[in-house]
Design a protein around this ligand. Structure first.
Ligand code: GDP
Length: 444
């Protein structure tokens, strides 16, 4: 999960102060010492850490915080606000040109995830903003980069402009822009060449494309897992080329968070998107406030709701609610639910968005294993139609058959059937409670 290590340490430190009714200046100092260690360990740039600690301390020892009724909470609020500010404060959106097409140059070193991100961004623009993007294959040096973009384009059904690897990137860009105008594309995403290191040839080539295309946005793609290296790369690109935004990829595997927390402060360029996985829909707009909340274990319910809105069919949700009320839930409904949850992303990532998930008793020991879901799915799929509708008929010989058919064990089948019947019981009780609440209306 993103920022797991940092989140754990910060939350551990902040929890000591959270409930305190009285907080002294010494308490704040001690806490900030621990926060400082946590940030340095997370590979946050040391200058950034220093400034961060200074501003939190200044605010936290202020009268209005220490003398407030909930000083512990107030200190955490200050840390949250300063973390948000560190990552850029407000969300920075992708540029929209006054006159279409909006031209976006994608830059970055090899392996950072530039080509994948180009496709993810095109998909995002079409899906979330109803745009008609054109992707341009101008990375003529990395073997297979053109093919990779074309494959992604086919998969997404988004056009890719390419002229092979024997034409200069500037020439490709020129032709692509003409084509975009002709076919009324409103976004042009240019996948430029990467290199293993920042070098003069690369910068010169990018400069030439920039001069020709006059882009509205130059997005630098950096790998979050490389920590301060990513920050240094961003600094070089910014000095030489001038970038307008950063895409941090592989945040899904970044337990430390050093790049995410330093790159805006060091380069002055905001993070606009975060890559959260290898799949084409694993790209999220970067919201500094939501990210700060996630790090501090306050959850990110907004992102969770947005994910649910995109992936959950409302009519089906209503029907499901009716079935829960009337106790008609079947294994078919259960399977459908499972599919929807799965489409929202890996389970541990979803759990990380729940407030206090990190602190929940025993939560750390729960292995949220997406493989278990696969077993559950296989078991339900091995049931007959009648069994799915009425699990009561599943006797022991049927259980043996289901276990065999799904490649699981009878114990696993037993467990699932038991869990399902308990879930139904619980739903009945819950809906009963809600009804009771309704009746009480007006009285106390
Ligand atoms: P490029 O050389 O910069 O064009 O890099 P690619 O787009 O080929 O990506 C390099 C590798 O990183 C591929 O295996 C991608 O699947 C992977 N990758 C890209 N973005 C992400 C991300 O956000 N999360 C994860 N886990 N992998 C990613």
């Amino acid at each position: 999960m993103a920022f797991e290590g940092l989140a754990e340490r910060l939350q551990g430190t902040l929890n000591k102060i959270r409930g305190k009714g009285k907080v002294s200046e010494a308490d704040v100092k001690e806490m900030m010492r621990e926060v400082r260690f946590a940030l340095l360990e997370a590979d946050v740039n040391f200058k950034v850490v220093k400034e961060f600690i200074t501003s939190v301390k200044e605010r936290a020892v202020g009268q209005e915080v220490l003398k407030s009724l909930t000083p512990g909470q107030q200190v955490i609020k200050v840390v949250n606000e300063e973390l948000t500010a560190l990552m850029g404060g407000e969300q920075s959106k992708i540029a929209v040109a006054n006159k279409p097409p909006t031209i976006v140059m994608m830059a970055g070193l090899q392996g950072a995830g530039k080509t994948t991100t180009t496709a993810k961004l095109a998909n995002h623009l079409r899906k979330k903003h109803n745009r008609k993007p054109l992707m341009v294959a101008a990375d003529i040096y990395r073997p297979a980069a053109i093919k990779q973009l074309e494959t992604l384009g086919k998969q997404l059904d988004i056009p890719v402009f390419s002229m092979g690897d024997q034409v200069s990137p500037v020439e490709i860009t020129k032709n692509a822009l003409a084509k975009a105008k002709e076919e009324h594309h409103d976004y042009v995403l240019i996948d430029t060449a990467g290199r293993l290191h920042v070098d003069e040839d690369l910068m010169k080539e990018l400069d030439d494309i920039k001069a020709l295309a006059d882009p509205d946005e130059i997005l630098l793609v950096v790998d979050a897992m490389t920590g301060q290296d990513a920050v240094n790369v961003a600094e070089s690109f910014n000095e030489r080329l001038g970038i307008t935004g950063i895409v941090l990829t592989k945040l899904d595997g970044d337990t430390r968070g050093g790049a995410a927390l330093s790159v805006k402060a060091v380069t002055g360029t905001p993070i606009k998107f975060a890559g959260m996985g290898e799949k084409v829909d694993a790209l999220e707009p970067f919201y500094p406030d939501r990210m700060a909340s996630r790090i501090l274990g306050m959850g990110d319910v907004l992102t969770l709701i947005e994910k649910a809105q995109t992936n959950v069919d409302e009519a089906k949700a209503k029907e499901l609610e009716r079935k829960m009320r009337t106790n008609e839930l079947t294994f078919d409904d259960f399977l459908e639910q499972l599919e929807q949850v799965k489409s929202m992303g890996p389970l541990d990532e979803l759990l990380g968005m729940l407030p206090g998930a990190g602190k929940m008793k025993g939560m750390k020991n729960i292995q949220v294993d997406d493989k278990q879901l696969v077993h559950v799915e296989a078991i339900v799929k091995s049931m007959t139609k009648a069994e799915k509708q009425d699990p009561a008929i599943i006797n022991s010989s049927r259980r043996r058959r289901i276990a065999k058919g799904s490649g699981t064990s009878v114990q696993e089948v037993n467990r699932l059937i038991k869990q399902f019947s308990e879930m139904k019981k619980m739903m009945k009780q819950m809906t009963g409670m809600q009804k009771g609440k309704g009746k009480k209306k007006g009285g106390f």
